[in-house]
Design a protein around this ligand. Structure first.
Ligand code: COA
Length: 261
């Protein structure tokens, strides 16, 4: 199973566990994560959710073979906000999740591995992690409201380096830009994030939920509209020759050639 879930001491852990493919996310994995979030929302014993990955890799983002297959078959789904598409359902479920979400970024966090942090509450990054949002390099566009939230967080100039050029983000920059709370030594990051998640056990859960809701309320509608708008363009982009060249180049382990477009 490539998503492992467990509930222990008030914390529902969602662990991405597909190390042989650098924790690349497939449609069934999005479904498993959305199911786990729904179960955690409904379980009164759960006070917080903890996302984690494997040592050295949080997630390499969406599975690129899956992107290529969806591009060939019509490109529906990615971030479209269509609740019955696995990735769309995951995006909206996390964006609307009522309880605190804590993330241990255990290593590289690419694509949705970085954009999901925008919708989480507490984020701890391994000192060996690298974050990146290389959507444009893949012929795609930013997703998960990152076209809205990244410029808000770090300013338009820096967002352009990260979203247009796809420049990596160091753990220290993640903290400086407000994407993460702290850089933690790799060997400690999961335990540290778990301890932070467990702190919600000592707090009144209703007040925590209301506070989170209020903190998100001013932008909630705009965030959801942006997720939908990005998703429509993303779905179109998946079908383009530019994107297909990028996917094939990755899978064939060569540099993409965009000179012909
Ligand atoms: N989708 C599908 N397969 C992926 C993948 C992804 N997102 N990321 C890694 N893999 C696969 C590789 O194809 C390789 O498979 P193979 O062993 O069958 O050849 C295996 O995982 C190991 O990956 P590799 O690239 O050799 O590992 P690395 O340690 O050199 O680099 C990454 C790790 C994460 C930096 C690199 O794999 C990467 O850049 N992945 C793609 C990230 C990306 O663009 N994601 C989409 C974001 S929208």
């Amino acid at each position: 199973m490539s998503i492992k879930t467990a509930v222990l001491n008030g914390v529902a852990t969602i662990e991405i566990a597909r190390p042989e493919k650098k924790n690349a996310l497939t449609q069934p994995m999005y479904t498993a994560m959305a199911d786990a979030l729904d179960a955690a929302a409904d379980d009164p014993a759960v006070r917080a959710v903890l996302f984690t990955g494997q040592p050295g890799i949080f997630t390499s983002g969406n599975d690129i073979e899956d992107f290529a297959a969806r591009g060939r078959s019509g490109g529906e789904g990615q971030g479209s906000g269509v609740i019955d598409s696995p990735v769309g359902r995951f995006l909206l479920t996390l964006a609307r999740f009522p309880k605190p979400v804590v993330v241990a970024v255990t290593g590289a966090a690419i694509g949705i591995g970085t954009t999901m942090l925008l919708h989480s509450d507490l984020v701890y990054v391994s000192d060996e992690a690298r974050l990146a949002m290389p959507f444009v390099s893949l012929g795609l566009v930013p997703e998960f409201a990152s076209s809205l939230l990244v410029p808000q967080l770090m300013g338009g100039r820096r967002a352009a380096e990260k979203l247009l050029l796809g420049e990596p983000i160091t753990p220290e920059q993640a903290v400086e830009f407000g994407l993460a709370n702290a850089v933690i030594p790799a060997a400690e990051v999961v335990n540290h994030a778990r301890r932070m998640a467990e702190r919600f056990n000592a707090l009144p859960p209703g007040a925590v939920r209301e506070a989170k809701r209020l903190m998100r309320a001013p932008q909630r509608e705009l965030v959801e509209q942006t997720i939908q708008a990005e998703g429509r363009i993303f779905g179109e982009r998946l079908k383009t020759p530019e994107a297909m060249e990028a996917f094939m180049a990755f899978l064939q382990k060569r540099k993409p050639d965009f000179s012909k477009f």
